[in-house]
Write a protein that binds this ligand. Structure first.
Ligand code: NAD
Ligand code: DAO
Ligand code: ZN
Length: 369
């Protein structure tokens, strides 16, 4: 079949709207009609060329929601008509990782997904006979895409695609990092670095679990109002702090954060996020993805004296199990997604979403098909 898609032909160039060819689903795969997709900083990261795994030409997008239109041989858990959210972190429920009970990083299709291919080592997308790579196993910047069954979370039929698509990445990553990875406790003091699409969901998660102080740190003062709406109790603009930021934050939290979260992808901020944690027990969770070749550093004594450094991918969530529950939380009014979706547009205007992101003017832009 043919489908409309935004194609990334090369790093640093705008996406190009094309009609591409899409082969039907092979064994264990589903054809999904994407109804809506968010545009995340990670798409920008790959498009910019900073992603060490970035491949071109590719169809980016990993924050979608849609409807299963066709299933390949052997698919048992989904049928045409089911509503789904594609998962860039699949959940096969059979691999060593899935069965460990210690991680959400299913490895069943990791190798081919990282190569921009379906599990059989080929691509379903092409243009004029030339292969186009898949992206993160999802490629939601196409109106129709093919996704492995183990990378699709079945969701309730009454959930609005234009909102719950955001659960495919940002919402789950932020809230999940608080609940699943850091396990923030009621009364904890939390510091969140970066109040974008991820950081605001960390704030929302911290409020849900009953954190005490929720300090937001961002160089863009325009982020303050929205962050307060989501539960931030104190705002710090590093540009306005006299002297070093770390002692300022340690003073503000009377000894340091019980938990901090880095939601930017800046290795210098990652260091501050660790070092503003409470001596003896403070834990810092890295969510931001740093550019190719970058490294983090701190004095080892920071760890010797009890601070803990960890990371979180997709909020530690097991997608097929946890994503439908998060959709329920949204439908029950337990989490706010609507206010975070600041812009919507047709696929033809998807490059505007990247412009808004660069200008710091959007939280989430969503393409409606
Ligand atoms: P975003 O661009 O919406 O937000 C980043 C925020 O950081 C902005 O508000 C910006 O003003 C602020 N900022 C930039 N530099 C700063 C600095 N030096 N100090 C303080 N604030 C600063 O991005 P996002 O969509 O929220 O994504 C954040 C990061 O999370 C990205 O690196 C993205 O790739 C990553 N991410 C990780 C996962 C995961 O599973 N680990 C999932 C999705 C996204
Ligand atoms: O299993 O080795 C692996 C890779 C898992 C990929 C997890 C990606 C999370 C960070 C990227 C941000 C995605 C939006
Ligand atoms: Zn697995």
């Amino acid at each position: 079949m043919e489908t409309k898609a935004a194609v990334a032909f090369e790093a640093g160039k705008p996406l190009s709207i094309e009609t591409v060819s899409l082969d039907g689903p092979s064994a264990g795969e589903c054809l999904v009609e994407i109804k809506a997709t968010g545009i995340c900083h990670t798409d920008e990261f790959t498009l910019s060329g900073a992603d060490p795994e970035g491949l071109f030409p590719a169809i980016l997008g990993h924050e979608g929601a849609g409807i299963v239109r066709e299933v390949g041989p052997g698919v048992t858990s989904l049928k045409p008509g089911d509503h789904v959210i594609p998962l860039y972190t699949p959940e096969c429920r059979q691999c060593e990782y899935c069965l460990s009970g210690k991680t959400n990083l299913c490895q069943a299709i990791r190798e081919t997904q990282g190569q921009g291919l379906m599990p059989d080592g080929t691509s379903r997308f092409s243009l004029n006979g030339e292969k186009i790579f898949h992206y993160m196993g999802t490629s939601t910047f196409a109106n129709f895409t093919v996704v492995p069954e183990i990378a699709l979370a079945k969701i309730r039929q009454d959930a609005p695609f234009d909102k719950v698509c955001y659960i495919g990445c940002g919402v789950t990553t932020g809230i999940g990092a608080v609940i699943n990875t850091a396990k923030v406790q009621p009364g904890d003091n939390v510091i969140v670095f970066g109040l974008g699409g991820i950081g605001l969901n960390v704030i929302q998660g911290a409020r849900m679990v009953g954190a005490n102080m929720i300090v937001g740190v961002d160089t863009n003062p325009d982020k303050k109002v929205m962050a307060e709406k989501f539960g931030m109790t104190h705002f710090v603009n590093p540009k306005e702090v006299e002297g070093d930021l770390v002692p300022y934050l340690v003073d503000l939290t009377k000894g340091g954060a019980d938990h901090s979260f880095e939601c930017i992808g800046n290795v210098d901020v990652m260091r501050d996020a660790l070092e503003c944690c409470h001596k003896g027990w403070g834990e810092s969770t890295i969510i931001g993805v740093a550019g190719a070749g970058q490294e983090i550093k701190t004095r080892p004594f920071q760890l010797v004296t009890g601070r803990v450094w960890r990371g979180s991918a997709f909020g530690g969530a097991k997608g097929r199990t946890d994503v439908p529950k998060i959709v329920d939380w949204y439908m029950q009014g337990k989490i706010n997604i609507d206010d975070l979706i600041t812009h919507t547009m047709p696929l033809e205007e998807i490059n505007t979403a990247f412009d808004l992101m660069h200008a710091g003017k959007s939280i989430r832009s969503v393409v409606l098909y």
